[in-house]
Design a binder for this molecule. Structure first.
Ligand SMILES: Cc1ncc(COP(=O)(O)O)c(C=O)c1O
Length: 414
């Protein structure tokens, strides 16, 4: 994260946050286009000599302007709903480079994806395979499919974001993989194009990735013996970022080691990163509403952003660095940084050493992925705006939600 103090003021890129706060009401998200492009370039460089496609995982941050950055760079997209496909189309993404993941694709979504001529469906079950075949037959077309294998690998991440274990709902168990491919081969409106897997998110070790790739490469060899030939292997996303400055995460070792494992298979490599492309490219700027010091010694900073704006801390016990927007003449104290929502779970950080006061601004770092996309209107709080620093200017990419817009769909039934 290029966030640093200069003359006692916190800068995000070239933007002085305390100054920005003077004419932008808090709380708000702020992203950096430069950082997004830097992250993407690292992947592109790593993959430049390899037949490959980066499919940005839309779920991690689906703002149309963010999608358009990836579309302009020629990326593909990993989607999990018809809504995400509509977003890709609006952002002028190439639908021929879209892979459709997720366990619960409805027939309507399958139809829409077929009409949009996506690259392929990442199939999660026998039932889904048959439904895709049926919808494709109804449309007199053929559906390209990849089968998602569950490689039964422990990604060593938070249990809510691990996906590659047999107890998780994702993918086809290894024992059933040959069977589902053989079945797919018999279906008249299905064309087998690939195999895919995704073992989880915020993975900071390389071993789970290489273990999964090794397992899947042996599946590919077995398929070949059974005359099932593929065009691509999709290795999913999942690479973590450094939220707490005590892990080193980079796409180079991941790409190098996994590509090596699939080297002899002669397949195109698809990769579906989300967090590692956008996670460290966004901040939330929030204002201290009150400083609360209890007689028992417990201290709280009550800020204007809450768990409805960023749910990662309570949902995953996720850590986000929190910094003062400017250094003021106060000594550091240990605070819990909490929001205004009526839930004890409404915290953004616990036991943080901060020197601040009412009306001062704080910055919550690394919220570019799984931040705004998980926001809600809980406690009837309109969603906060999103801005991006692009060519040195702060541009609005989503306006603050108005109360009237928030209740419009209810009001008409009153
Ligand atoms: C199928 C699939 N692909 C890609 C991703 C993106 O993962 P990440 O943001 O960790 O890179 C996810 C997220 O969980 C996913 O479920």
């Amino acid at each position: 994260m290029t966030i640093k103090y200069e003359n006692e003021c916190l800068y995000f890129g070239d933007i002085n946050i305390a100054e920005l706060g003077k004419d932008h009401n808090t709380p708000f998200y702020l992203y950096s286009e430069n950082l997004i492009l830097q992250n993407l370039d690292r992947y592109l460089n790593q993959l430049k000599t390899i037949d490959s496609l980066i499919c940005y995982s839309v779920k991690s941050n689906s703002n149309l302007s963010i999608l358009s950055i990836f579309a302009k760079k020629g990326c593909g997209f990993d989607i999990v709903s018809g809504g995400e496909l509509q977003r890709v189309i609006l952002a002028k993404g190439n639908t021929n480079k879209v892979v459709f993941s997720g366990v619960g694709k409805t027939n309507e979504e399958i139809k829409f994806a077929l009409e949009s001529k996506i690259l392929c469906f990442n199939v999660e079950s026998f039932g889904e395979l048959n439904r895709i075949n049926q919808v494709a037959s109804d449309l007199s077309t053929t559906a390209n499919v990849s089968i998602r294998v569950n490689p039964e690998i422990d990604a060593k991440t938070h249990p809510y974001i691990t996906t590659g274990l047999s107890e998780n709902k994702f993918g086809v168990a290894q024992d059933d993989v040959l069977e589902i491919f053989l079945q797919a081969k018999k279906l008249s409106n299905i064309k087998i194009t690939g195999i895919d897997y995704h073992i989880g998110s915020q993975i900071t070790e390389i071993q789970p990735f290489t273990d999964a790739a090794t397992k899947v490469s042996s599946v590919i060899a077995e398929l070949r013996k059974n005359n099932i030939l593929l065009n691509h292997v999709d290795i999913g996303g999942g690479l973590g970022i450094n939220y707490s400055e005590n892990v080193t995460v980079d796409c180079k070792p991941l790409v190098d080691s996994v590509v090596k494992i699939f080297e002899n298979s002669n397949l195109k490599i698809i990769i579906e990163p989300g967090r590692s492309l956008v996670g460290n490219t966004g901040i939330i700027v929030t204002k201290v509403i009150d400083v609360k010091r209890n007689t028992n010694g417990k201290k709280f900073l009550i800020v204007d952003a809450g768990m409805n704006d960023l749910i990662r801390p309570p949902l995953y016990n996720a850590f986000h660095n929190i910094k003062e927007a400017r250094i003021i003449n106060r000594k550091k104290e240990k605070f819990d940084v909490v929001g205004p929502i009526c839930e004890t779970a409404d915290f953004l950080g616990k036991d943080r050493d901060l020197a601040t006061d009412s009306n001062e601004l704080l910055v919550i770092e690394d919220v570019g992925a799984y931040g705004f996309v998980l926001a809600s209107n809980y406690n009837s709080r309109p969603k906060i705006p999103e801005y991006i620093i692009s060519s040195g200017l702060v541009k609005c990419i989503r306006a603050r939600e108005l109360f009237d817009d928030m209740i419009a769909d209810e009001k008409k039934y009153l």
